[in-house]
Design a protein around this ligand. Structure first.
Ligand code: SAM
Ligand code: DTB
Ligand code: SF4
Length: 331
């Protein structure tokens, strides 16, 4: 370990003043000896959360496939041939049925995802009904529908949407290698609209897309420097889907994934950091390290949007084994 880098890492900050993280600061965290990084992450985590409680979100794809964006990682893009069927939007009744099932199996947040660049005015009418109905069940609601304008953020807020998910995905420098049909600023603009409308922001990214360490640090710095930073930060490990341009990307060392969780925890102390896509390919041991690194949320239920996720039963067994429990049970 290069002690030079360690020197310029700032101490953990406990005041409310927003802290700015430079990319070298964040990169230096990534380069800490593993035990030091984990120790710092756990300190921050325990200062703000019960370290044994985990929040459970269930995802549902309300509109699958045929998306007009060219995101290199995504099986739902119409630019790729990943074998995902292009389906019409689900009915409100189908969404409510899935939300009830998720609630019964222990999820407290229900996230509705659509393969859209942005929703149309007509799409919004159905989504508003879905949000109201899921909220009516007493679950927290989240939606991820692509870019939004001011009128749409207002509609969602009025319907009672708690969180809007819109990922920065990667650093500004690497973004152009992954997506060409919209730019980084579009993403930031939508997040700003969501924030202004008064909804909670859920924003994170994907690691393992072939980014270098500086670019990985660049993603975390972007998120951490939002003022305020997102309340919910999903960290996805790339799910490599045959037929997408990123299908042959080299595997990320699992410990580098754990490091990313730890760095997100340190730089965004009060955020829910979600150990998101990629868990199906992860051992219990790596997932346990992610929880130790400060992850306190997961996607729960056997399906993400189009790809698999561990069975709910397997997740309950894992949480039991670790002496962890769903956040909602204790609050
Ligand atoms: N179309 C909307 C959008 O892109 O904002 C919402 C749905 S989109 C599928 C939501 C997020 O899923 C993406 O921003 C990306 O971070 C994540 N995602 C998509 N494909 C993935 C993959 N193969 N591996 C990991 N994460 C993925
Ligand atoms: C997020 O950060 N990850 C989720 C959710 N937000 C919408 C999506 C993961 C998708 C993985 C690939 C798929 O299942 O299609
Ligand atoms: Fe479309 Fe979202 Fe997939 Fe990009 S990530 S192709 S916007 S569904």
């Amino acid at each position: 370990m290069n002690t030079e880098t360690v020197k310029f890492i700032r101490p953990v900050k406990t005041s409310d003043t927003p802290q700015r993280w430079s990319v070298p600061d964040v990169e230096a965290l990534f380069k800490l000896p593993f035990a030091d990084l984990m120790f710092r992450a756990q300190q921050v985590h325990r200062e703000h959360f019960d370290p044994n409680a985990v929040q459970l979100s269930t995802l549902l794809s309300i509109k699958t496939g045929g998306c007009s964006e060219d995101c290199g990682y995504c099986p739902q893009s119409a630019f790729h041939n990943a074998g995902v069927e292009n389906r019409k939007m689900l009915d409100v009744s189908e969404v409510v049925k899935a939300a009830k099932a998720a609630q019964q199996s222990g999820a407290d947040r229900f996230c509705m995802g659509a393969a859209w660049r942005e929703p149309s005015a007509e799409d919004m009418l159905s989504v508003v009904e879905m949000v109201k109905a899921v909220r009516g069940l007493g679950m927290e609601t989240c939606a991820t529908l692509g870019m939004l304008n001011d009128e749409q953020t207002e509609q969602l807020r009025t319907a009672g949407l708690d969180y809007y998910n819109h990922n920065l995905d990667t650093s500004p420098e690497f973004y152009g290698d992954i997506i060409s049909t919209r730019d980084y600023q579009d993403r930031l603009d939508t997040l700003e609209r969501v924030r202004r409308a008064g909804m909670h922001v859920c924003s994170g990214g994907i690691v393992g897309m072939g980014e270098n360490l500086t670019q990985r640090a660049g993603l975390v710095a972007q998120l951490a420097n939002m003022n305020p930073y997102p309340e919910s930060v999903p960290i996805n490990n790339l799910v490599k889907v045959e037929g997408t341009p990123l299908a042959q990307t080299e595997d990320l060392d699992p410990l580098d994934f754990v490091r990313t969780i730890a760095v997100a925890r340190i730089t965004m102390p009060t955020a829910r950091v979600r150990l998101s896509a990629g868990r199906q390919q992860m051992s219990d041991a790596i997932q346990a390290l992610c929880f130790l690194a400060g992850a306190n949320s997961i996607f729960y239920g056997e399906q993400l949007l189009t790809t698999g996720n561990p069975e709910a039963e397997r997740d309950r067994a894992l949480l039991d084994k670790l002496g962890m429990y769903p956040f909602a049970e204790k609050h």
